[in-house]
Structures are given as C-alpha cells and as structure tokens.
Design a binder for this molecule. Structure first.
Ligand code: CIZ
Ligand code: SF4
Length: 365
C-alpha cells in the first residue's frame, strides 16, 4: 500500500514511551524528542518520507515511515506514494538503490560518507573479468554493492533472499560476489548438483575464486582489468565476532539460542542455531521458546528485537557499524532542512542496476 501522507499524525506520547522502553533516560529523551519533532515538522512541510535501516540508532528507526532490512527498504522504495522526497537513513549503496527504484523522487542521505566495507570491495571491471572467465555463468551480487557493480550483475540478492536467488537463477556456474563469508555461508545451505563459485580475494595480479564443493581455489589473471577497489569485501562489523567471544557470551549469559548474520566468518556461523539476515532473525524468534538469545549482528538490531519480543532477553557484544553510525539525529534534521545530500545515479548505470534488482524481485516473487 502506498503511504498516504496527508493528515499523518505522529503520536508523541507513544514515541516517548517507546524510547523509555528501550532504556533511554529522561535526560536523553529530553534531547532526542525536540530533534524528532523538528524532523517531523520538516517531513510534513516537504512531503517527505523516511526509510531507515535496522542498523540506525533506535530514535531514527522509531520516527521512520519504514524501518527494515535492505529488502524491505527496496520494496518500500518502489512504493512511496505521493512523497516528493525520500530520506534514506542508511548507507550510500542503499540510498543509491532507493534512487534507482524511485528515480522521480529526490533521494537524500544524511551523511554522504556513510559507505560500506563490502560495497567498497568490488568494482564493475572486476565483475566483467569474472564473467569473461566463466562463459555461461550467472553472477549474483549482494545488494551491498555500488550501482556500478549492480549494473554488471545478472541479479542482486539480499541477506533475506540470497539462497532462493542463487538456487533459482539460470546459468552455470552461479557466482556469488563480493563478500566471500556471506557467499560461503549461503552456499553451505544449498545442496543441489550445480556448480557454485565465490570470489574470495585479490592477490597480486590474480583474482582468487573458490569452489566450495571441490574445496579448491581458482586464480584468474586480471590481465588488463582494473583490480578491485580494495582487497577486501567483507563486513568490518560482522567479521569482528570471534569463537572465544561467542563461547564466553553463551556461558556467561546462559544463552539458549544463537542467531548469526551470514556476513560472519563461517567458523562463527557453525556455532549458530540459525544463520540469516536481520528480518529472518526477527521472524525466527517467534517460533522458538528460548528466553535468552544471542544475536550476532549490528548492535542496534536490539531495538526491533526488543520491541517485537519485550519478554525475551537479547544479548550481544555490541558492535556498531562505523558507516551506518555516520548518520545522526542532527544530520537527519539538517539533511531534510537543507535538502542534502542528494543522491544521483548516472542514467545508464541506473538502468543496468534496475534490471538486476528487478531480476531479484522476479526470482523471489
Ligand atoms: O540486508 C540488509 O539489510 C543487511 C545489510 C543486513 C540485514 O541482514 O538486514
Ligand atoms: Fe556494510 Fe557491514 Fe556496515 Fe552493513 S554492517 S553497512 S555490511 S560495513
């Protein structure tokens, strides 16, 4: 349902309650509320909507028209009704995705330098080089990639639908890029006869691919292609979880259930009861009786988890995404007040990226 913006009423008592329930103190609420109110005034005045990722601070999620994971935000971006401005309190690649899916709207990102270590790991030339090396392949790219990379893909995928997209797309081998932890964790859930490959890293003049079924690495010479942007492509937040930390938290806190994001190291994924994206984590809790739950993802998923299940206890070693946290309440207000930073995507790139996003929607319909 598209949002109807006219006559929207914000219930400030409810917002205040929610902040207290999430353990914000009276002093903190006194600072936060006027900023949310100012944002809301501007939002009404400018006919804007706010999309916020689950890794944003709780007050931003609470004031958002939609808070969710990248798939939910992509779906919301396709259906923004009569809004003229979309504030995307996310990171750069997600704001680009919003612009690609909603090209006629003004899309704003509060902090222009809100990047992502996964998205920084891959460029379009690298995708083209991989494609040339495996004729007949399909390349599925994690949504955490730049518009330039998305334009080179057969399909994008998110943490919520990667398994389905990889299994359903035609072609062989199916190649998952750019985060190899993510790719290896997803492929460990697929048990069919097809050949799947993962991009692992860039080493000297080679791209190193990995065949998880055969357990072997395959070097591809870069030849004249540009090397990837950075020699990395993993998540600086999720890769920080260690086996010792997980064991300690389980013992100290009497944890009954461990939920891990597929961006964690596969060694950590093996220690979890469920490996899935944030929306899957939230849904999964519904079906299990566990009271003490360890979640291995960005700390601020606590807000939707605690609001959905106020009687459970959620534990983590609180890791914050340095990129997601570039957005603040002050920048959120300034962003709409000054209408900055506007996200633009080159039309040819936007067309290619849109095709790979739409393919993802088709494959998971
Ligand atoms: O897909 C997303 O939104 C990310 C980056 C995390 C998650 O699983 O929600
Ligand atoms: Fe990127 Fe990791 Fe931050 Fe998500 S949590 S935006 S994957 S660096």
């Amino acid at each position: 349902m598209p949002l109807t913006l006219t006559d929207r009423k914000t219930d400030w008592n409810e917002i205040e309650e929610r902040l207290y329930d999430l353990d914000y103190s009276g002093d903190e609420v006194a600072i936060i509320l006027p900023k949310l109110q100012r944002f809301d005034e501007l939002r009404q005045e400018k006919n804007a909507i706010l999309l916020a990722h689950y890794y944003q601070i709780a007050p931003i999620q609470i004031i958002a028209d939609h808070a969710g994971d990248s798939l939910a935000l992509a779906m919301a971006a396709r259906d923004t009704g009569d809004a003229e401005i979309i504030v995307s309190s996310t990171v750069h690649f997600m704001a680009e995705m919003v612009k690609i899916l909603s090209p006629d709207k003004k899309v704003l990102l509060p902090a222009l330098d809100a990047s992502c270590s996964i998205a920084e790991g891959m460029n379009g030339a690298t995708v083209r080089r991989i494609r040339e090396s495996f004729p007949g392949c399909s390349i599925v790219g994690y949504i955490n990639s730049t518009a330039e990379v998305k334009a080179e893909l057969d399909s994008t995928c998110t943490s919520a639908n990667a398994k389905e997209v990889a299994q359903r797309i035609e072609g062989e081998p199916v190649i998952l890029i750019p985060d190899h932890y993510f790719a290896e964790n997803i492929l460990s859930q697929i048990h069919d006869d097809r050949r799947y490959l993962v991009y692992r890293r860039h080493e000297g003049d080679d791209l190193i691919m990995f065949d998880p079924k055969a357990g072997e690495e395959i070097p591809i010479p870069l030849e004249d292609s540009e090397p990837p942007m950075l020699n990395k492509g993993t998540c600086v937040v999720h890769e920080e979880f260690t086996p010792a930390e997980v064991t300690r938290l389980k013992e100290q806190e009497g944890v009954e259930l461990v939920l891990a994001h597929p961006e964690v190291n596969p060694e950590i994924a093996k220690m979890a009861d469920m490996v899935g994206g944030t929306s899957k984590m939230i849904d999964y809790v519904k079906g299990v009786p566990a009271q003490k739950i360890l979640y291995l993802t960005e700390c601020d998923l606590a807000a939707p988890l605690r609001e959905a299940y106020p009687d459970r206890k959620f534990v983590t070693s609180c890791k914050l995404c340095p990129y997601m946290k570039k957005n603040s309440l002050d920048l959120l207000v300034e962003c709409l007040d000054l209408e900055r930073y506007e996200i633009e995507v080159d039309p040819a790139v936007a067309e290619g990226s849109k095709r790979s996003l739409e393919r993802m929607f088709e494959l998971t319909r």
